[in-house]
Design a protein around this ligand. Structure first.
Ligand code: PGA
Length: 254
């Protein structure tokens, strides 16, 4: 009943030509090898969106996503990109609150509340990222910390709005480090988060929300990670830049 999702987060990689090439490869492989049960998302840099969007035309289960958007609707914010602009190139999803944006661009839970609102108001589905640092995990406060991220950025939403959100749990110590969370650690956190969401929005709504795992997921470990009953897919960084690896991760659901 919950959507199974594998989203590729390209981050700041690939020029336009490389991005289009990667997209073409993924489109062909997904068409030939993947059934419609899995929703595939490509979250590309802004520059790539409109070109990638054209290549996705006709692909039934691959959707376009951005990696950020501004909290304001429009106006004098030089260098920024609005939710309406993303919508106009057929983006359906937007990653919000990635730990790299929290760390390098000072994005706070409070700012993310505004970004979530703006994205939803423009018909985008936020992929809301949360996750703890190694220090927080070692202090054994990781469950509280990650629940707090959800509370502060998402708990103002109503029942209808929260169903437009995808959650991505990404422990910071596992991102780009090759150090994946164990399947047990991922499942444990996802269950805590689902219970936390159920406490606010009710069990039925919480059971319908997709919670993705991210952090050094690759073909060799995706099957085991996705086997967790509360793990509904992955947000994939490094391995999403290689078409074969990315599609193999998608296929680990089949
Ligand atoms: P990674 O990145 O798969 O390269 O660890 C995941 C992410 O940051 O979304």
């Amino acid at each position: 009943m919950r959507k199974k999702i594998v989203a590729g987060n390209w981050k700041m990689n690939n020029d336009l030509q490389e991005g289009l090439q990667l997209t073409s490869e993924i489109v062909h492989m997904v068409k030939d090898e993947v059934n419609d049960e899995v929703t595939v998302i490509l979250a590309t840099p802004f520059v790539h969106l409109s070109g990638v969007s054209r290549l996705l035309d006709g692909a039934t289960n691959i959707f376009l996503g951005a990696q950020n958007c501004n909290e304001h609707v429009s106006g004098a914010y030089t260098g920024e990109v609005s939710a309406a602009m993303l919508k106009s190139v057929q983006a359906e999803y937007v990653i919000l609150g990635h730990s790299e944006r929290r760390e390098y661009f000072n994005e706070t839970n409070e700012l993310l509340t505004k970004k979530v609102n703006t994205a939803l108001a423009h018909g985008l589905k936020p992929i809301f990222c949360c996750g703890e640092s190694l220090e927080i995990r070692e202090n054994d406060t990781h469950f509280d910390f990650v629940c707090q991220q959800l509370t502060e950025s998402l708990f103002h939403l109503n029942e209808e709005e929260i169903t437009g959100i995808v959650i991505a749990y990404e422990p910071i110590w596992a991102i780009g480090t090759g150090k994946t969370a164990t399947a047990g650690q991922a499942q444990e956190m996802h269950e805590v988060l689902r219970n936390h969401l159920a406490g606010k929005f009710g069990r039925e709504i919480a059971e319908g929300l997709s919670i993705l795992y991210g952090g050094s997921a690759k073909p060799a470990n995706a099957g085991e990670l996705f086997a967790g009953k509360d793990v509904d897919g992955g947000l994939i960084g490094g391995a999403s830049l290689k078409s074969r690896d990315f599609v193999d991760i998608v296929k680990s659901f089949q």
